[in-house]
Design a protein around this ligand. Structure first.
Ligand SMILES: NC(=O)c1ccc[n+]([C@@H]2O[C@H](COP(=O)([O-])OP(=O)(O)OC[C@H]3O[C@@H](n4cnc5c(N)ncnc54)[C@H](OP(=O)(O)O)[C@@H]3O)[C@@H](O)[C@H]2O)c1
Length: 249
């Protein structure tokens, strides 16, 4: 495991799923972790409890990443607790899978504001700090931006925009020592995908068949990669969009 030179990490949407696994992995490398959530306070406190029980540092902070005031409050709270924020993992996202005809204006607003605007707002908030001299932002995209599955057009479009934003933001923020990268997870077993009925479905069987490493991902698969990207070991990596999907593309 890479050493983590970061002092304070915010992981958005860390009350469950991949975000919870990433929060735990960052805490294990020594970072103080702010476990952000939108509605599931109990889940967030469970993640915090798991980290502190192992001697790590973590707090839970409610904030809707699609709301600028909430994001500023999230950063204020993180800074009060642990000092300047030098790692942000933009993991919070929403997705629905529907044919083109099923995309509504409301759903467009919900997915684009959470998945893309949320990522932009936290990036602005990190960069607005004038007391950091190096930082790492890791955006959680999806392997769907490579495989382009049907019935996922809005979700994949929102995440493709996140990939593009990652590359442009890396160019703008590089001179300040702020690195911006993205990871593209493959289909994974989380509370979110369970709620969609993915576990045990025909789609899961098809995805496993298309995955060279032959299984569905788990929340534990992504933490080490994110911890590496957050650490000084990844000091020469920025603007990278990394496939982490067991080879599925
Ligand atoms: N699971 C997969 O197969 C898969 C594959 C590729 C990419 N991904 C990406 O991986 C990330 C995590 O996915 P997951 O399956 O672990 O998701 P999940 O189980 O559905 O959990 C989603 C998390 O995001 C939070 N969230 C949603 N909207 C939010 C908002 N507006 N503000 C703050 N937090 C918000 C939720 O908070 P509350 O529950 O507290 O409301 C929850 O903690 C997402 O970016 C997703 O697109 C997942």
């Amino acid at each position: 495991m890479s050493s983590n030179n970061a002092r304070t990490a915010i992981v958005t949407g860390a009350s469950k799923g991949l975000g919870a696994g990433i929060a735990k992995a960052l805490a294990e490398t020594g970072a103080a972790v702010v476990v952000n959530y939108r509605g599931d306070a109990e889940g967030a406190e469970r993640v915090v409890g798991g980290i502190t029980a192992k001697g790590g540092r973590a707090i839970a902070v409610q904030a809707d990443v699609a709301n600028g005031d909430d994001v500023r409050r999230l950063f204020d709270r993180a800074r009060e607790a642990y000092g300047p924020v030098d790692v942000v993992v933009n993991n919070a996202a929403v997705a629905t899978f529907a044919p083109l005809s099923g995309i509504t204006e409301d759903e467009f607003q919900r997915e684009m504001t959470t998945n893309l605007l949320g990522t932009i707002l936290t990036t602005q908030a990190l960069a607005a700090q004038d007391d950091i001299d190096a930082a790492s932002i890791i955006n959680v995209s999806t392997a769907g931006t490579v495989s382009h599955p049907p019935y996922a057009s809005l979700y994949v479009a929102s995440k493709s925009a996140v990939n593009a934003f990652t590359i442009v933001a890396a160019k703008e923020l590089g001179p300040r020592g702020i690195r911006v990268n993205a990871i593209m997870p493959g289909p994974s077993d989380t509370e979110g995908t369970r709620a969609m009925g993915y576990a045990g479905s025909a789609q899961e069987a098809q995805a496993i068949a298309a995955t060279p490493l032959g299984r569905t991902g788990t929340p534990d698969d992504y933490g080490p990669l994110v911890a590496f990207l957050a650490s000084d070991d990844a000091r020469w990596i920025t603007g990278a969009v990394i496939l982490a999907s067991g080879g599925m593309r």
